[in-house]
Design a protein around this ligand. Sequence first.
Ligand SMILES: *Cc1c(COP(=O)(O)O)cnc(C)c1O
Length: 443
Amino acid sequence: MSQARSQRSEEAPWVERDAAVVWHGFTQMAAYVGNAPIVVERAEGRELIDVDGNRYFDAISSLWVTTLGHRVPELDQAIIDQLALVAHATLLGNGSRPVIEFSEALAAVVPVEDGHVLFGSDGAVAIEQALKVAFQYWVNVGQPERSRFMALGDAYHGDTVGSLSLGDGGFGTTVFDPLRFPVLRTPGYADPDWADKAIAALQAHAHELAAFVIEPLVQGASGILVGRPEDLARVGMACRDLGVLLVCDEVATGFGRTGRLFASEWVGPDFRPDIVCLGKGISGGYLPLSAAVVTRPVYEGFYGADLGEATFYHGHSYGGNALACAVALRHLRLLEERDVLAHVRSVADHLGARLEAQVVGRPGVGEVRRMGLMCGVELAPPAGATRWGRRVCAGAVRRGVLLRPLGDVVVLMPPLTSTADELDRVVDVLCTALDDVVAEDGV
Ligand SMILES: *Cc1c(COP(=O)(O)O)cnc(C)c1O
């Protein structure tokens, strides 16, 4: 860049500088500046502070990753301490101390029998790992005909090409249909009979299935659709009886969002997936980190001669980053030390009561769905009304509560440490923003 241009750009407003060089995910850049985005400079606790000093309660946990809040002193310190040792060393063929320590702590709590941990940097990568592990496992054990995958309607598993194939589409993915591999699809949690239908499909296709991939109890990105633990228990049993690997995508539900460390735990102690995929909250929202935790029998299916065909040829440059694992380990311990899950269950009940009292049945509201601190408020715009989700969230942002919709579903995903007062404010602001949009459209 020429010096003249760089000097000029430093005097321009941040939003313009942003739009001049940054391409934002899941964002129509032609409309970006007009949608009045905030440009964050720093944070305190559960509030983000923009370049003009305005404060916003982070009611979406920075897209579902932040757990305890921003700038948690212990988490900051964990990174500083690790930085004094080493920031990163490759896991390909060699070990790294914080990775070992975090893996030990993780394996002790993930509902996977004798788990072995494959690291990556994004949730979608954990899904890719699960897909490839499941596929190659059956090749390695001499049943290559088990090569297909089954997934739910409304599923979202990330947006690499493999995870996009598992997902049910929507959000502009149809353009990639020629690239997506075919997946057996059975209805998701929006269908009250989803479990019976899934079991029937499992029985019909078990002989050709490598794995069944599912978001346990909450389909997040499709608008917080909620399933029942007893249904998931039956599906888990069917997978086990039929020898189909069960992959639980806990990228969104993991690390406390539902009030347990993992959503799978609500199903009961007998519910043991073969692979659990983790991301988002795994590092407390600090650094990019993901993991696919694999049960011992599947892991041992890859044993063989050095440099032989049974090896799992997969690995990303930053998988198992030392700084990320150091903060993830401290985070896991803090969740326990501070009894964060009990707090989540208590404030989630409070939030549920407030939504029941103020939001359910309010003009402009369709359905309210919630599990723990994962909530979806489905708006019911009148015929012809447009962009309700976007407009309601914009109204909330103007009032200092950061929200982002999924279509016409307003998602509330506050940090796990949110107080009852903060959640009251989120609900109040949501109601005011919604009433404004309802009045504008003369509903
Ligand atoms: C967010 C999400 C992913 C993808 O994670 P990324 O880190 O965005 O790649 C996968 N599965 C579920 C259920 C998610 O919510």
